[in-house]
Design a protein. Sequence first.
Lengths: 156, 156
Amino acid sequence: MSISSVLPSQTSGASLQAKSLIQEAGERPTLSRQVVLEILLNTPRALTHTEIASAAAEAGNALDRVTLYRVLDWLIDKELAHKIASEDRVWRFNALSRDAQNSSSTHEHAHFQCKYCGQLYCLDELRPAFAFTLPPGFQCEHAELTLRGRCPDCQD
Amino acid sequence: MSISSVLPSQTSGASLQAKSLIQEAGERPTLSRQVVLEILLNTPRALTHTEIASAAAEAGNALDRVTLYRVLDWLIDKELAHKIASEDRVWRFNALSRDAQNSSSTHEHAHFQCKYCGQLYCLDELRPAFAFTLPPGFQCEHAELTLRGRCPDCQD
DNA sequence: AGGTGAACTGCTACACTGTTGCATATGTCT
DNA sequence: AGACATATGCAACAGTGTAGCAGTTCACCT
Ligand SMILES: [Mn+2]
Ligand SMILES: [Mn+2]
Ligand SMILES: [Zn+2]
Ligand SMILES: [Zn+2]
């Protein structure tokens, strides 16, 4: 599956958006960071490390595997991105919307992962809110909700 | 952290329970399978592959790493156990209660994982039931709810 | 402009989790 | 007991992510 299929052709506007988001955070807008953040901003779903590496290479900005891990950690630390665990033991990364950054409950939202192709989407509008009672001694600080099923690409 | 601290001293009753559960499924009750299932039955939380290996070794029944992976897969296939993913990319395994096996919605229940020690518990009584609307083209087949917070062992 | 120092980057080597292939051992059934 | 299916153990490998360290780049200050 080609990554480029999910990536709109890159516009200088997107590049500027990535750069200015980094600059607004008061940080160095290095090429690696711009490239990675731009990829994340330009895709509607969360991408794996491998997918991001391929997308960067396709865009003519191949970067070292380890550097990519560090850039991603950095983006998360600056709250420009977040990562989601899934059953295949691979982290998937997505840009954090400005709204999500500003909300006090940082990016508390549900996710959807396709059982058939593995693609994972953030459901920004769906925030978990449950009523339950835990066994004594357990204190809940956070709830994670992942829906699994069939994505639009995998209709039969 | 010693595994034995969470494992009640093994009784012949527990051993018989593991053996008879396997036999009732019409399968070979090999020593490896009995040992592993007995460990899972005797612990109130889900255990990692490493924890199970240690527990088996402590019980005097050390078994090969790969064999353990295969025994666990086998137990899951026979619906005597299930495994839960978590953010540390390590599967955790727990015996399936008889009730859970018989319920048509096989083991649809929530989990709790401690942010501080990583221990993971099945919340058998807590079945996810949510009302939400997905974006068009997405079909939900399953919902996974994981609560994260502080477990009884990690109170400050 | 040019120098300086903090930081970012790339390379190598490694750790951890899990899988595959294959030879050997075990257990069930006749 | 013998035959056959299958379970086990060993070795080698794959995928994902991390640590250490040397070299480079960039923002800032003369
Ligand atoms: Mn998300
Ligand atoms: Mn469970
Ligand atoms: Zn799909
Ligand atoms: Zn804990």
